[in-house]
Ligand binder design. Sequence first.
Ligand SMILES: CC(C)(COP(=O)(O)OP(=O)(O)OC[C@H]1O[C@@H](n2cnc3c(N)ncnc32)[C@H](O)[C@@H]1OP(=O)(O)O)[C@@H](O)C(=O)NCCC(=O)NCCS
Length: 170
Amino acid sequence: MKHNYSVENDNLKLIPLEPEHLETVRVWRNELNTRTRFISQNIISEEQQRQWYANYLKKEDDLAFIIVDKDSAKPIGTVSLCSIRPETGEAELGREIIGDVNNRGKGYGASALKLVIDFAFKQLNLDEVYGEVLADNAASIRMLEKCGLTFVEKFEKNNLVLHKMVLKKI
Ligand SMILES: CC(C)(COP(=O)(O)OP(=O)(O)OC[C@H]1O[C@@H](n2cnc3c(N)ncnc32)[C@H](O)[C@@H]1OP(=O)(O)O)[C@@H](O)C(=O)NCCC(=O)NCCS
């Protein structure tokens, strides 16, 4: 399943995460205003990133995408479908980053996420996607709402307050 998926709309294309993207993604993820938006906020080393990717390739329940802007043909971000559970029909929308802060708030995040949701519902035949987002991440919550997800519960993990948001296939 890892290497034969690719989805696109008029502006964006989602392609599989490959070794050549790892350093770009690591740099995006390590930016202060990005890593503080995730549950795990540590700086990731090159070695840790390589290890993570090696483990990722063995996993059957996790698909990481690179978001490519079709106009420039450049990677602008990343997004994943994690914890894919065909037995319950659920998966988590996770690890989304629009790398350059100047590209944020322009609709790329929601546009890419809609492609992932479509992929989950139509190609993987799942019927529920959810996101777990820090309660103070207003941009991410707004992006999830724009994609149709709604708040279901507030909970704590690692002393952080999170919101779980869900979208069921109609
Ligand atoms: C979260 C993220 C992926 C969203 O991508 P994006 O391209 O900026 O998202 P969009 O432009 O599609 O939507 C963001 C929405 O939030 C709004 N927004 C941005 N900052 C906001 C703020 N501080 N308060 C309220 N709304 C805010 C934007 O105006 C936009 O809504 P609109 O289209 O109704 O105007 C991006 O901001 C990012 O990479 N953040 C850092 C990493 C991160 O937080 N990842 C998610 C972890 S759960």
